[in-house]
Design a protein around this ligand. Structure first.
Ligand code: URA
Length: 238
């Protein structure tokens, strides 16, 4: 996420923002080895190296916000007793980030990471109810009655799910499969799989296509990107 050079200097304890402007104008600040004297220059704290009086400013404490398109076959836990692939292996940066919530090993799609504990707490708190959109492929031909049941809430054992949005995206009679889009505002363990079980449908594939309005359609599976400030703000506003 880009930020102004003077903000970077002040938030990393070099000086106040006003002083930072003076220092920039005086040619004391370099970005990637090049003197920068233009106020308002934007830098990326992740990829740019910032020097003050020829000393590199550490940005390891900078907050980062990441959107990953998780492939199947990766667990969301950071340490796994069975030594399975972990999503954290896909994000090779120096900051220690953690996932906001989780996706099952055989679910793909949108997963957010950050090293900002407040942010993680806020966006995973049930009161925020950030919508999550899933593309679910089930065995068999789904009926409108079954869609209505999903929409109105189903009993998943110890819990009745809240109202949600559900629509049929595709029915393939030859292959005997259906694809459904579900938008839910809660996140019980394996909720989507349990909801489908509750209407007698077996899940063949599950992909989280969106968190709020953040989509992973432009990210290849296994790749990630930093969130823009406006995207972080949007998640917090929910
Ligand atoms: N619901 C599931 O069943 N699994 C996930 O990974 C996410 C939602």
């Amino acid at each position: 996420m880009e930020e102004r050079l003077q903000k970077f200097l002040s938030s990393n304890g070099v000086c106040s923002r006003r002083k930072a402007e003076e220092y920039i104008l005086a040619g004391k600040v370099k970005v990637n080895g090049k003197e920068v004297t233009k106020l308002g220059t934007k830098i990326n704290p992740e990829t740019d190296q910032i020097y003050f009086e020829n000393k590199l400013i550490s940005n390891e404490t900078n907050k980062v916000y990441i959107l990953l398109n998780k492939p199947i076959g990766y667990v969301t836990t950071l340490k796994d007793q069975f030594n399975r692939n972990s999503v954290i292996d896909l994000i090779k940066i120096k900051q220690k980030v953690v996932p906001a919530g989780r996706l099952d090993m055989y679910t793909s799609g949108a997963l957010i990471f950050s090293n900002d504990g407040d942010f993680i707490y806020k966006i995973t708190h049930p009161k925020h109810e950030i919508s999550k959109t899933y593309q679910v492929t089930v065995k068999g031909i789904i009926t409108l009655e079954e869609i209505e049941k999903l929409k109105n809430g189903v009993d998943i054992g110890d819990y009745i799910t809240k109202k949600c949005e559900a629509k049929i995206m595709k029915i393939d009679k030859e292959k005997d499969i259906s694809r459904v889009e579900l938008v839910i505002h809660e996140g019980k363990n394996r909720q989507v799989r349990h909801m489908c079980e509750a209407i007698g449908k077996k899940v063949l594939a599950l992909h989280r296509s969106k968190i709020g309005s953040l989509s992973v359609k432009d990210l290849k599976l296994g790749t990630w990107r930093y969130l823009k400030k406006s995207e972080v703000d949007m998640l917090l506003k929910n």
